[in-house]
Design a protein around this ligand. Structure first.
Ligand code: AMP
Length: 282
């Protein structure tokens, strides 16, 4: 496995692979890799000639009072995992090379960035779209892999790639969970022992909603109330939002239909967690 820090070197390797007719698969991450990332990496490894993973904690997607400084970083461990999974290139650029002092250009995906997580994090998706756009231009992948866990992110990135004609296929892989249902996340490392136990209530509430819909519940407001009622039983968990939206435009729905996204965000202590499920009507 090659560890590449320089943008020019990464692009050179990508160009040479293309000239040889090799397909490039790409998994962008912020590191602190876990089984969720690994599921993306395995799909990428299986489906492409060249498997590229990036580890870059993107400063532009963090708000001024967010956890950029304390975000978990362990490149040695990440590199071990990537090597074990047969990754060809681990791309880990410096923030200063990704964002020169003269950097002025950002990508905004209007309408999809200001809802859900965009309300408490107003510049987050601008940062995400910008860094993904930059990485796609550097790595030149045929397929790029994202996780369903960050549902809004995948909707934003899909729209960006389509609107700006990025020649890439986007694949969204299912959320990988702990045994108790908690969605795997690098931020789970912040949770204390009791917080960690309480955190699984998010998935339990989403699962109960799923069961209710399977039994025939169609009213979004009742589904939201059901979720709220379950989560509120854990006093340590403070709900940020519970939304029932359509999967393309993230617009609130009154009635559950096929391919409805239920997304929740909550704070446990100082940690903000998100989770979601896609509802299929029975
Ligand atoms: P991150 O390092 O948190 O920016 O995540 C990098 C990629 O991994 C994103 O596309 C995430 O959606 C995806 N990802 C994170 N957690 C999970 C999970 N539990 N299951 C599946 N994909 C995930």
């Amino acid at each position: 496995m090659k560890v590449v820090r320089r943008i020019e070197e990464m692009r050179g390797l990508a160009r040479r692979a293309k000239l040889k007719g090799l397909s490039i698969g790409f998994v962008p991450t912020m590191g602190a890799l876990h089984a969720g990332h690994v599921s993306l990496i395995r799909a990428c490894r299986k489906e492409n000639d060249l498997a590229v993973v990036s580890v870059f904690v993107n400063p532009v997607q963090f708000g001024p009072r967010e956890d950029f400084q304390k975000y978990p970083r362990d490149l040695k461990r990440d590199a071990r995992i990537c090597r074990r999974e047969g990754v060809d290139i681990l791309f880990c650029p410096d923030a200063s090379s990704m964002y020169a002092a003269s950097h002025r250009t950002f990508i905004t995906v209007e309408g999809l960035s200001e809802v859900l997580c965009g309300i408490p994090r107003p510049s987050h998706f601008k940062g995400v779209a910008t860094v993904v756009g930059k990485l796609l231009n550097i790595v030149l992948p045929d397929i790029v892999y994202f996780g369903q866990k960050d549902a809004q992110q995948s909707v934003v990135v899909r729209r960006m790639a389509e609107d700006l004609n990025f020649p890439v296929r986007i694949k969204v892989m299912p959320t990988v969970r702990e045994r108790d249902g908690l969605a795997m996340s690098s931020r789970n490392l912040y949770l204390g022992r009791e917080e960690r136990q309480d955190a699984s209530i998010l998935y339990k509430a989403l699962d109960a909603a799923n069961q209710a819909v399977k039994r025939g519940e169609r009213k979004a407001s009742r589904v939201r109330n059901l979720i709220r009622g379950i989560i509120q039983k854990k006093r340590s968990v403070k709900i940020d939002y519970i939304e029932v939206v359509d999967m393309q435009e993230l617009r609130p729905l009154d009635k559950i239909r096929n391919d409805t996204l239920i997304a929740v965000a909550a704070r446990i202590g100082k940690t903000r967690l998100i989770d979601n499920i896609i509802l299929k009507r029975a």
